[in-house]
Design a binder for this molecule. Structure first.
Ligand SMILES: Nc1c(/N=C/[C@H](O)[C@H](O)[C@H](O)COP(=O)(O)O)[nH]c(=O)[nH]c1=O
Length: 363
């Protein structure tokens, strides 16, 4: 690994630490170096706050003159919520800029680099591009489609069951795997389940980590507003709860949720909620990423609609058996194997006694 990659790796690692908290902005890291000495470093911490380059340049102060800056994403050139970083880099007297990847945002693509070059700064791009792009898959997807990036999460036994024939499911995976689920919940803007899961599991869908964590918006696909008022999602206001219903739900059906200010009812344009319409509606409301936690009917609908960017499967070393015990994906299924959804496995990790497999649909 050469010098540039070494410092870019540091910038990427800083950005990785902020994953999930910068939404709807990308996670970005920056390092300022001169004569082999790190003079400043920083990451974008929260939308609306200073960008990574600003933190690193503030730390370097006047020593930034003649230095090199490493940034994981092309510096912004437009006035967003904060002044353009490209101008800030020029003002600081930076001599050389190493950038991992260009910004996919149409407002920015290539303009930041152009500004730096016009000011006589030497610019190097595509250093550790792939690692930097992996950081902001959600951001790229949402900025170009305005549709939330969807992660489908399942937890099952070795023989592929998500519960016993009597519906008992808690718990199949162990403490460590379930804590990992909460880490992933924290990274997402929203968690989504179907109303049948709400009725069966009575889930809380909050992020319960030892040192806290962000509670995503809790979304229920619920065409006829069957979510029981007594369920934790309605009773406890730990996070907003949005019920996505069809457009013919009656005023009386809506009435029962009026006593809960954290509950909102979103209606799609037709009588039955489809995945496509729900995603379009949620994208319009600024939801950039959704963690879908089932159940089997919802999983099937998401997969059939081609709206899943990532599948996370936890497998516990248990055998449950029972031909009627439920499996992760319901629906009609396919007749011929050639119709199967093909994915590629990105990662397999042991977590406690369980396995976590991250896979992505082949495009
Ligand atoms: N049954 C299992 C899971 N079951 C996941 C179901 O969606 C379950 O209803 C919710 O996770 C419950 O949410 P909450 O804890 O109340 O916030 N998920 C897992 O990772 N492992 C399992 O064993």
């Amino acid at each position: 690994m050469n010098q540039d990659e070494r410092y870019m790796r540091t910038a990427i690692e800083m950005a990785q630490a902020t994953e999930g908290q910068t939404s709807p902005n990308p996670a970005v890291g920056a390092v300022v170096v001169k004569d082999g000495e790190v003079l400043g470093m920083g990451a974008h911490l929260k939308a609306g706050h200073a960008h990574a380059e600003v933190h690193a340049l503030n730390m370097a102060g006047s020593h930034a003159e003649g230095a090199t800056i490493y940034v994981t994403l092309e510096p912004c050139s437009h006035h967003g919520k904060t002044p353009p970083c490209a101008d800030r880099i020029v003002e600081a007297g930076i001599k050389r800029a190493v950038i991992a990847t260009l910004d996919p945002n149409p407002q920015v693509a290539g303009r930041g680099v152009e500004k730096l070059k016009q000011a006589g700064i030497e610019v190097v791009t595509n250093v550790l591009k792939e690692q930097a792009d992996d950081l902001n898959e959600v951001f790229y997807h949402y900025i170009s489609t305005k549709i939330p990036y969807v992660t489908l999460k399942n937890a099952m036994s070795l023989d592929g069951k998500i519960a016993t024939v009597t519906g008992e499911s808690q718990w199949i995976t162990g403490e460590k795997a379930r804590a990992d689920v909460h880490q992933d919940r924290h990274k997402h803007d929203a968690i989504l389940v179907g109303v049948n899961t709400v009725i069966k599991d009575q889930p809380r869908l909050t992020t319960r980590l030892p040192d806290g964590g962000k509670n995503p918006v809790r979304i229920v696909l619920d065409t006829h507003l069957r979510t029981p008022v007594e369920t934790p999602l309605i009773q406890n206001p730990d996070a907003p709860t949005w019920l996505v219903a069809g457009n013919n739900v009656s005023e009386e059906q809506r009435e029962k949720y009026k006593a809960f200010p954290h509950v909102d009812i979103l209606t799609v344009a037709s009588s039955h909620v489809t995945v496509e319409e729900a995603l379009h509606l949620l994208g319009e409301k600024g939801i950039t990423s959704i963690y879908v936690e089932g159940g089997a009917t919802v999983n099937d609908a998401f997969l059939r609609s081609g709206s899943v960017q990532q599948v996370i499967t936890y497998i516990a070393p248990k055998m449950i058996g029972g031909q009627d015990a439920p499996t992760p994906v319901g629906g009609q299924g396919i007749k011929a194997l050639k119709e199967a959804l093909n994915l590629h496995i990105k990662e397999v990790v042991h977590i406690g006694n369980d396995l976590k497999i991250v896979s992505k649909p082949n495009r």
